[in-house]
Design a protein around this ligand. Structure first.
Ligand code: SPV
Ligand code: MG
Length: 432
């Protein structure tokens, strides 16, 4: 029997895939190379089903003899490993992002005289189109909540952008850029206390309660599917924090970050060091523990945020606190600083990584933004949050337009600053 290799994502099993598998089984034994989450994440959104769930489905298809993981977006490593006589693929890979893979596959198969069979793809149906329409079908709180941990496992860096409205959420949800190393996109959204309060014209001092913040967050929940990390400020008293955890979980939020400050909380980028008061370590550990006990799912994450460097403390002090927070049950650590050089953050990350190689490390590079994501990853970061950029960029844009109309006493000159009416109507699905 010949071995016939079929690479697949198998998030949605549709007639097009069945057709390929049937064709494969007519030529030999089908070896299904099932792409892992991390292989997929380089080019596409994470599938809705986990690898194990997809494997279970594919194994039951009668045309499939065996399922093996394909750990890379490229077919080449698996083809070299299994040296199939035949590889079979839909002919839709002749154009688009798969064209490069197709070229490589032809070259590699030729090394041992293998055959590349291209089946006319089933018109009107392919996985990419289906998963795009899935985006408009939506998600459930449960799936959304669990996605963050899956992304952390699957990607070298989880890229999070602040969103404070349905519209800003839609940009984070849909924007994609094809770059040398794959498709870049934002993996999720940051619900920032700074931008949530600023957009209401209020100071960032825990003055907007969670019920109000959640009402606004609902706008984002209603039109997006990506995971959300919630800025929980200090978390309040432990007695309050347990309710916050439950409420966030219930709404499908993936994680809360709480900062180890006390007293009147001020924004970390604001004011002097002495205005920022740190909470006693034991007290903060107790709050983390109470939150962990309160959560219902095992996937919800409580991330402890260290404010030592903001309050004028040393990297050594911050490290000691971080170790205590991990021992108290924190699922991740965020280290914050407003130092431009980034030296303190780098030192912290390097030392923290020696002690804990797998605990997710979150960075918010607002002031030290001369470093690229790749550099921050080399320090040990897993999650990067762009914490306020959607709000900060929208304000000057609106201000400029408002000022120009006032100046010209008409809106003609402002047209080029504005999105065309046709485009804004097309932006929202469902506008007729
Ligand atoms: C926020 O976005 O509200 C934050 C991050 O807490 S920072 O503003 O940098 O403190
Ligand atoms: Mg905040």
């Amino acid at each position: 029997m010949k071995t016939v290799y079929v690479g697949m994502t198998a998030d949605i099993i549709h007639p097009g895939i069945i057709n390929i598998l049937r064709e494969g089984s007519l030529r030999g034994e089908v070896l299904a190379g099932l792409l892992t989450d991390s292989a997929i994440a380089r080019y596409k959104r994470l599938p809705y089903l986990s690898y194990e769930q997809r494997k279970e489905v594919v194994e039951t298809i009668k045309y499939v003899s065996k399922v093996v993981p394909q750990e890379d977006w490229s077919y080449v490593p698996n083809l070299r490993k299994y040296r199939p006589e035949i590889i079979i693929h839909g002919d839709d890979w002749k154009t688009g992002i798969l064209a490069r893979e197709r070229e490589e596959v032809h070259k590699v198969m030729a090394e041992w005289g293998g055959e590349v069979v291209e089946i006319p793809y089933t018109k009107g149906i392919n996985s990419t189109a289906l998963s795009e329409s899935l985006g408009s079908i939506g998600t459930t709180p449960d799936i959304r909540l669990k996605t963050l941990r899956r992304l952390i496992d699957a990607k070298p860096i989880v890229r999070i952008m602040e969103a404070h409205s349905g519209l800003s959420g839609l940009i984070v949800e849909n924007l994609e850029l094809l770059k040398e190393d794959g498709i870049h996109r934002y993996d999720g959204m940051w619900s920032s206390s700074l931008t949530d309060s600023t957009s209401k014209g209020k100071p960032d001092i825990e003055a907007v309660d969670i019920t109000t913040r959640l009402q606004d967050l609902t706008q984002i929940l209603e039109c997006t599917t990506k995971p959300i990390i919630y800025d929980g400020d200090t978390g309040g008293l432990s007695e309050h924090f347990v309710f916050t955890v439950r409420t966030l979980e219930r709404n499908g939020i993936s994680a809360v970050i709480i900062e180890d400050k006390m007293g009147l909380k001020k924004n970390s980028l604001f004011g002097t060091e002495v205005e920022q008061q740190l909470a006693p370590v034991e007290e903060f550990c107790e709050k983390i523990g109470a939150g962990k006990k309160a959560q219902v799912t095992k996937e919800f994450m409580i991330i402890a945020r260290l404010e030592s460097l903001i309050a004028g403390g040393t990297v050594e002090e911050a490290l000691l606190r971080s170790f205590a927070y991990v021992k108290a049950g924190a699922d991740g650590i965020m280290i914050h600083s407003k130092e431009k050089s980034g030296e303190d953050i780098k030192k912290f990350c390097m030392h923290f990584r020696k002690e804990y190689s797998a605990i997710p490390l979150v960075l918010v590079p607002t002031t030290y933004n001369q470093f690229t994501e790749t550099e921050l990853v080399s320090w040990g970061a897993n999650i990067i949050i762009y914490a306020n950029h959607m709000l900060r960029s929208s304000y000057p844009a609106m201000y400029k337009t408002a000022r120009l109309i006032l100046d010209k006493s008409r809106s003609l000159e402002a047209d080029e600053l504005c999105m065309p009416i046709k485009e804004i109507l097309e932006l929202i699905p469902g506008t007729k």
